[in-house]
Ligand binder design. Structure first.
Ligand SMILES: Nc1nc2c(c(=O)[nH]1)N[C@H]1C(S)=C(S)[C@@H](COP(=O)(O)O)O[C@H]1N2
Ligand SMILES: [Mo]
Length: 247
């Protein structure tokens, strides 16, 4: 399945929706679900709302993003079990990162010292039970905990006015996000999944977990983080997935 692109007319479409009072302050997958009569609690509902959302281009989605709008959180009883593995390969092909793993930091930051898991665990932690929505049309609720990316970026002296934060992974995967989404309070560098340290299939030793974006942005098995003004693209983005992919 390839996402629908609508590079033209998104601004006009948006203004028309605003005129009709359908969009006020922010547009989310949730509000599009309402517009389209989709139920975000079912897979087919999420799928239908996704296709509606993907028709809006990056610029329009970014303009509508609100740093104060939080992704919905759920009680622990809502967590999906078993949790669904997804990567561009099968679960039996997962390989652990090397023992001497460290997280590299590059680009527009003042402190480029690499990070170990122990150092990351020494920073303030946050936990969340949120919905992970895959572009393929399924979703599930999981629990993650780790370092809020905004506090990590401040800690390394990142240029918070830069446009992009880019991620590379040990399995050759990559992705990138806009700075506003990187600074969102629910965007975390997750070290734990369901109250235990991440295992390789879920992204060990550290993964991005960003509930305000589609699942493919939540890069697992991180290798490096860089802050840049040069558009970095990403594994799926370079194959045509909508770059912004906000939910
Ligand atoms: N390193 C890496 N991260 C990745 C992927 C991948 O193939 N490699 N797949 C992405 C996609 S498409 C999804 S839906 C989620 C799946 O996360 P999960 O295995 O925890 O369900 O990871 C994302 N992060
Ligand atoms: Mo995905």
């Amino acid at each position: 399945m390839s996402p629908v692109f609508d590079k033209s007319g998104a601004g006009a479409e948006l203004r028309s929706l605003q005129r009709r009072g359908l969009i006020r302050r922010s547009l989310s997958l949730g509000s599009l679900a309402l517009l389209t009569g989709c139920d975000l609690n079912s897979h087919s509902g999420v799928d239908a709302a996704l296709w509606a959302m993907l028709r809006f281009n990056d610029r329009v989605q970014a303009a509508l993003f609100s740093r104060n709008r939080l992704a919905e959180t759920y009680p622990a009883s809502a967590i999906t079990t078993p949790f669904r593995f997804n990567a561009y390969y099968q679960i039996w092909q997962v390989r652990p990162v090397p023992d001497n793993w460290h997280l590299s930091v590059a680009g527009l930051v003042s402190d480029k010292a690499p990070w170990t898991v122990e150092r990351l665990r020494g920073l303030p932690q946050a936990a969340q039970v949120t919905r992970h929505i895959c572009i393929e049309g399924w979703s599930q609720i999981g629990q993650w905990a780790g370092v809020p990316l905004h506090s990590f970026l401040k800690r390394i002296g990142a240029d918070l006015t830069a446009r992009y934060v880019a991620f590379t992974c040990f399995d050759g995967y990559s992705t990138s996000i806009d700075m506003a989404s990187a600074l969102h309070p629910q965007t975390i560098l997750a070290l734990d999944f369901e109250r235990a340290p991440l295992t390789p299939e879920w992204g060990a030793p550290v993964r991005l977990r960003i509930p305000v974006k589609l699942g493919f942005k939540s890069a697992k098995n991180l290798q490096s983080i860089s802050v840049t003004n040069t558009y970095p693209g990403g594994f799926w983005e370079n194959q045509g997935y909508n770059w912004y992919s906000g939910v």
